[in-house]
Ligand binder design. Structure first.
Ligand code: PCA
Length: 315
């Protein structure tokens, strides 16, 4: 009798099959981490929640994933949050050059901006499951670069509004290209120069066209894994708990692997014939100036709320 009543009050959730689009290739460390996350959820729920990962922009292109989760076409997905800074400047905070340049600083920046970022996404019907930083961003170039003067007029690949803005500030020509199309854009000569991590340089085998990497460590952008609040609410309590727990583990694992693999990625660039160095003091100083301009612009856009975040970060 009690058991029957309990089962009425808390009906057994039917098995759910969820689709999870991502924008990055299977071999990428974020994707591997997501595969492990899906496995953990499967195990912890004894197969009640099955997540199918669709990597490399195969289900939705990288820049369409946020809208897909918001609109319920996908229950969850992975996005690069700075890709959406035109929507809300808060989303671009982690891609301002030389604001947060190490993993520890990137963690701190996330800590001081997590609550407002989550609130903005909650307003759009999405919940943040976890966040993981990419390795530090440097400059890949077909030609050697001594200073930003060498960037004038180059075809510059951008992956978010801030990388387009950098192009504008150095006088390069920005072209937005998602990671999944980077290899092709290089092969056709559509772009020759760009900022990203050793991870994406490795994933895209950029050494076929690009010979120089300047490891300036300008920022560490983050990928966020978002779930539709509606989809989340459709889960029973124990499945919700399993998902949240797997997400916490994925976040911790992701940050660790990102840092560990960074060294390995740079080694692979060298092994494939690329010159990897820290960048000239002139180049670094000019990029720092650009970062200062962008922080000032960001504070102008975000007002006292933004200033409070910067102050908390610098404290
Ligand atoms: N790789 C992604 C974003 C940041 C990174 O390191 C890309 O280049 O698209």
């Amino acid at each position: 009798m009690t058991a029957a009543l309990l089962s009425l009050a808390n009906p057994v959730m039917a098995q759910q099959k969820w689709d999870m689009p991502t924008g990055y290739p299977a071999s990428n460390f974020h994707t591997e981490n997501i595969q492990q996350f899906a496995k953990d959820v499967d195990q912890a729920t004894a197969g009640k929640l099955k997540i199918t990962v669709h990597d490399g922009g195969s289900l939705f292109k990288a820049n369409e994933i946020k809208r897909a989760v918001q609109g319920g076409q996908a229950q969850l997905g992975e996005i690069i949050i700075s890709g959406y800074s035109n929507e809300n400047p808060l989303f671009g905070l982690d891609s301002i050059p030389f604001l947060a340049t190490s993993y520890a600083e990137a963690q701190k920046l996330w800590k001081v901006s997590q609550a407002p970022t989550e609130a903005a996404l909650a307003k759009q019907g999405m919940k943040v499951l976890y966040a993981v930083a990419w390795p530090p961003q440097g400059i890949f170039s077909a030609k050697p670069i001594q200073s930003t003067a060498d960037l004038k007029g180059v075809k510059w690949r951008a992956y978010n509004p801030n990388t387009s803005r950098i192009a504008q500030l150095v006088g390069a020509q920005p072209v937005t290209v998602q990671a999944a199309e980077l290899t092709q854009a290089l092969a056709t000569g559509a772009v020759t120069t760009f900022m990203t991590s050793g991870a994406t340089g490795y994933d895209s085998k950029v050494w076929e066209q690009v010979k120089y990497y300047y490891d300036v460590s300008a920022w560490l952008p983050k990928n966020l894994v978002l779930v539709s609040q509606k989809a989340f609410d459709s889960l029973d309590q124990s499945t919700k708990a399993a998902l949240t727990k797997a997400a916490e583990a994925a976040e911790a694992r992701g940050w660790k692997v990102s840092a560990e693999k960074n060294t390995w990625y740079l080694e692979q660039l060298r092994k494939n014939g690329m010159t990897v160095d820290a960048g000239s003091p002139a180049l670094r100083a000019e990029l720092k100036k650009i970062g200062e301009t962008m922080v000032a612009d960001w504070v102008k856009q975000t007002g006292s709320d933004g200033q409070a975040i910067i102050d908390a970060f610098r404290k």
